[in-house]
Design a binder for this molecule. Structure first.
Ligand code: PXL
Length: 301
């Protein structure tokens, strides 16, 4: 459970540090609608503006906003803004990691929840060039950020990069999952969720570590034999919103997995949607957060 903080906002405010990609749903085009639908205000601190995200698109535009980020933070400081959470994703440069580190340490100091999705790539995405030299160059900075954040949500590839191991052949055994979780937690985070874990030939889960109870879990995501794009940002958005609303780590992780599952089910009804377009979460948004009960998708491991 989150500790009491000294922030006095009418409704919780999340500062979302992500890029804005105009087409192909990822980052802010997912973070803003999802967290808003959970009754939480989103204040974007954009890292870059792109015409599309970088997976399976060629010739996309990329406008780095490093200098803007400094000015935005300065203005917010003048306004005396305090955030209930700072949640980061795709970063445009190593310099931005330094800016974010300082910003997060201050936010943590006044009681904000800090969430880092250390977006660096996925082995399935290597061919797109996303897992580039630039990304490799950001690894040390991402690792430091993961030491500052209370919640981190890497995928399996990012996990291996962060803990300095070669990505293994899938599927990943329970013992291996627990080892990954503990090694990630040793970087400094209290709560860890590893996304897109293939735990058997035909099952995908999110692996969760809750430092409050020292327990590890697997949360079932439902298996579909197809790659989906932008699901990591959807997952961490719901997780962040649910933690801010007072859910325990495992209940927040469960709620997030259920949302991604439903968005994927909505997407596969439209085979004309290409992977790079992202998933159809919009039809799920209006009803999902109004329910009072959710399927239990997790087991302790
Ligand atoms: O979180 C995924 C993501 C975010 N932003 C950009 C990306 C990607 C993944 O491809 O390219 C720009």
């Amino acid at each position: 459970m989150l500790k009491e903080n000294e922030i006095k906002n009418a409704i919780p405010k999340v500062c979302a540090v992500h890029d804005l990609s105009g087409f192909g749903k990822v980052s802010l085009t997912e973070v803003i609608p999802i967290i808003s639908a959970m009754g939480i205000e989103v204040c974007p601190l954009p890292t870059a503006v792109l015409s599309t995200h970088t997976y399976e698109f060629k010739g996309y535009t990329f406008c780095d906003l490093t200098d803007q980020m400094r000015g935005i933070i300065r203005h917010w400081d003048e306004l005396g803004l305090k955030f209930d959470a700072v949640y980061s994703g795709y970063m445009g440069s190593t310099e931005q990691l330094e800016i974010l580190k300082e910003f997060m340490i201050r936010a943590k100091g006044y009681g904000a929840l800090t969430v880092v999705d250390p977006v660096m790539g996925d082995s399935d995405l290597v061919e797109s060039g996303f897992y580039s030299d630039k990304v490799i160059g950001m690894l040390d900075g991402m690792r430091e950020l993961c030491g500052i954040a209370e919640v981190i949500t890497p995928n399996v590839t990012e996990t291996c990069m962060l803990i300095g191991e070669k990505p293994r052949k899938r599927p990943v055994s329970n013992n291996m999952i627990k080892r990954y979780l503990k090694k990630l937690a040793a970087l400094g985070a209290r709560y860890v969720a590893i996304t897109s874990v293939m735990d058997s030939e035909n099952s995908m889960c999110v692996a969760v570590y809750d430092g409050d109870t020292d327990k590890c879990y697997k949360v079932d995501c439902g298996y579909v034999n197809r790659l989906f794009h932008g699901t990591g940002d959807i997952y961490t958005s719901v997780l962040t919103g649910a933690l801010l609303k007072g859910e325990s780590m495992i209940e927040a992780a469960n709620l997030a997995a259920g949302f991604v599952y439903k968005a994927i089910q909505a997407t596969i009804r439209h085979p004309e949607i290409r992977i790079r377009e992202g998933v159809l979460f919009e039809p799920v948004l209006s009803s999902y957060f109004n329910k009072t009960e959710y399927d239990k998708r997790y087991v302790e491991i």
